[in-house]
Design a binder for this molecule. Structure first.
Ligand code: ZN
Length: 357
């Protein structure tokens, strides 16, 4: 399983955390069902956003990405997740990325133009099959950069030449096309291939990554490796809003995991709150989500404290099959949580009856 990981330029917010906890449950469920699972979640440690943060803070790209990788791990570990098997960084795979771009150039799926290398969307006949968009109706200018260097407006950069800021911040590498840095999309195609091979089972990420990021990953990987299916299954977690609004810097409504933890909320409460809504559905964060999850966890902890282990294990054995069945049905965590509540009710009832005896 490959999941697109964070771009490390700021501390993690609840949207980043939703992806982490959803794929963590999937990872743990797959391990439970199949024993061995290889889970790769990358770190994007070179990107415009990181370069901007380094410029603003008069820092280096490496210090910014190292610092925010550390805070990401600290914040996410508070939510009790299982570490991915591999966590590759883009900057540690530049040679691999360059080889993949060379391969796409040789096979006619990419072209050089004014020190850039672009992927040609017209060279790949199934382009946009995942998102179902028409190639000529794509959102050019908004989510796809417009440039006169491109043959088609949907073409996207595999390699970008270094600019003055890149030279100042040393955020560039040598390549056959001059000094520069890779585009974001090619990083994931290179890292998934490096760690999982040309075909693998599951590719995950937020629904906002479906187009263009995942579409571009498919186009690159399937073009580079003839006969490849790339990912057999695609899993996308839904959007997250705060009081029905998109989280954004301008609305000052970004909820950071770090701030929640510092206010005394435990990671397990945040984890429960983020998993209560079906992973594919939009999730709206309101002021009640934390108090409701806290109440639920208190209820479960009271039960564990007050009821003997034998009674709990007996009821657990009765419902565990239903619990797993809920999870293997498109990761229906809300249904699995309902089963836990029913289990709590049964345990209470059995315990009360035992006490009467
Ligand atoms: Zn990705």
């Amino acid at each position: 399983m490959y999941v697109c990981g964070p771009t490390v330029y700021d501390t993690a917010h609840i949207g980043n955390a939703r992806s982490v906890v959803v794929y963590d449950v999937l990872f743990q469920l797959l391990k439970f069902c199949y024993g061995k699972v290889t889970y790769v979640r990358n770190i994007t440690d070179i990107d415009d956003k990181i370069i901007n943060a380094a410029s603003e803070k008069n820092s280096s790209v490496e210090s910014i990405s190292t610092y925010y990788t550390r805070t990401f791990h600290e914040d996410m570990r508070s939510m009790n997740y299982a570490e991915p098997t591999y966590e590759p960084k883009a900057t540690e795979n530049i040679d691999y990325i360059i080889k993949l771009i060379e391969h796409l150039l040789q096979s006619g799926h990419a072209y050089e133009s004014n020190k850039h290398v672009y992927f040609s969307v017209e060279s790949y006949s199934e382009y946009s099959a995942l998102s179902g968009k028409e190639i000529d109706e794509l959102d050019y200018g908004n989510r796809v950069e417009v440039s006169e260097n491109k043959k088609h407006p949907g073409d996207f950069a595999l390699w970008k030449p270094a600019n003055d800021t890149d030279y100042k911040l040393s955020s560039y590498w040598s390549s056959p096309w001059g000094e520069g840095r890779p585009g974001w999309h090619i990083e994931c195609s290179a890292m998934s291939h490096a760690y999982l091979g040309q075909d693998f089972d599951i590719h995950g990420g937020g629904i906002d990554l479906q187009f263009p990021h995942h579409e571009n990953e498919i186009a690159q990987s399937k073009s580079a490796f003839a006969g490849s299916v790339f990912a057999k299954y695609w899993v996308h977690n839904g959007f997250l809003t705060v009081n029905k609004e998109k989280m954004s810097k301008s609305l000052l409504n970004i909820i950071k995991i770090r701030d929640l933890l510092h206010s005394g909320i435990k990671g397990e409460v945040i984890r429960h709150a983020l998993l209560k809504t079906h992973y594919r559905k939009p999730f709206d964060w309101t002021k009640n989500v934390i108090s409701e999850s806290q109440e639920t966890l208190n209820k479960f902890y009271r039960l564990l404290r007050d009821v003997d282990v034998i009674t709990i294990e007996k009821i657990d054995a009765e419902v565990s099959k239903d619990f797993v069945e809920a999870l293997i049905n498109d990761l229906n965590i809300p249904e699995a949580l309902v089963i836990l509540h029913e289990m709590a009710t049964k345990i209470n009832r059995t315990n009360n009856e035992n006490e009467k005896l």
